[in-house]
Ligand binder design. Structure first.
Ligand code: HEM
Length: 207
C-alpha cells in the first residue's frame, strides 16, 4: 500500500511520529532533571531548564509560522493539518518556560515577579507575548475556528507579533554573543518576507 501524502492513513501515521518528536525536548529535560542515562543540566539546572524551554517555545513558534509559506511554495495544502499541533507545542514549551521562571527561579515570590515584569523590559515583552498566546491556544479548536469564521484568521495573525516579541525578548537579554538570536531573527524575517511576497500576488489554487 502506498501512503499518499494528505490521505487519512498518512496523516494518522505522521501524527503518531510527530507527537514523540515534539515531546523529545521535554524527555531530554526530564532525563537531565533526574540525571538518568548520563544526562544532566550542568552547574545551574534552573537556568538551563529556563533557557531550553524558552528556546523550544521559540523554535516551535517559528516551525508553526513556516507551515503557510511552505504550503504556498510547494502547493502541499495538507501541511496545514500539522499547524495546530505544532502551535500547541509552542504554547506548551512557552508555558513551561513561564512556570520554570515563576516557580523554580522566582520561588512563587509574587513581589519579585511583578518587580521583574515592571523593571526588566525583556521580561515585560515576554509577558506581553505570553498573554497574546493564550487566546490563540484557547481558540485553536475546530469548533472555535467555525464559530469565529474570518475573525479567527485575523486573531491568529497575532502569532507573527508574538514571534517578533519572542525574538526581541531573546535579543534583549543577551549580553555578548548575538549569534543565536540573530539566527532566529533572520529566520523570522525570511518567513515574514515570504508571507508579504505572497500577499501581493493572487492566491494560487493549492493542491
Ligand atoms: C512567547 C513568549 C516567550 C518566548 C518565546 C521566550 C523565549 C525565550 C528564549 C528563547 C530565551 C533565551 C534562551 C537562551 O538563552 O538560550 C528566554 C530567556 C528567558 N526568558 Fe523567555 N520567553 C517568553 C516569555 C517569557 C516570560 C513571560 C518570562 C517571564 C515572565 C520569561 C523569562 C525569561 C527569563 C528570565 C529568561 C532568561 C534570561 C537570562 O538568562 O538572563 N520569558 N526566553
Amino acid at each position: 500500500m502506498v501512503l499518499q501524502p494528505g490521505s487519512k492513513a498518512f496523516l494518522g501515521l505522521s501524527k503518531a511520529l510527530l507527537w514523540p518528536l515534539c515531546l523529545a525536548p521535554l524527555l531530554f529535560m526530564l532525563l537531565g532533571v533526574f540525571q538518568v542515562a548520563g544526562y544532566g543540566l550542568g552547574a545551574n539546572p534552573i537556568e538551563e531548564l529556563l533557557h531550553r524551554c524558552g528556546e523550544w517555545g521559540l523554535k516551535f513558534l517559528l516551525i508553526t509560522l513556516a507551515i503557510t509559506p511552505l504550503r504556498r511554495i510547494t502547493g502541499w495544502s495538507w501541511l496545514v493539518r500539522y499547524r495546530r499541533l505544532l502551535g500547541l507545542f509552542a504554547f506548551f514549551y512557552v508555558m513551561l518556560h513561564f512556570v520554570v521562571y515563576i516557580w523554580l527561579d522566582r520561588q512563587l515570590d509574587l513581589g519579585s515577579i511583578v518587580e521583574d515584569i515592571v523593571k526588566r523590559p525583556y521580561i515585560t515583552i515576554g509577558m506581553v507575548a505570553i498573554v497574546m498566546l493564550i487566546p490563540l491556544a484557547v481558540t485553536s479548536t475546530r469548533g472555535m475556528m467555525r464559530r469565529l469564521g474570518r475573525r479567527w484568521q485575523k486573531l491568529h495573525r497575532l502569532v507573527y507579533v508574538i514571534a517578533i516579541l519572542g525574538v526581541w525578548h531573546f535579543w534583549w537579554q543577551v549580553k555578548a554573543d548575538f549569534l543565536e538570536p540573530s539566527i532566529y531573527a533572520g529566520i523570522l524575517a525570511l518567513l515574514l518576507g515570504v508571507r508579504l511576497w505572497y500577499r501581493k500576488r493572487p492566491a494560487k489554487q493549492l493542491r
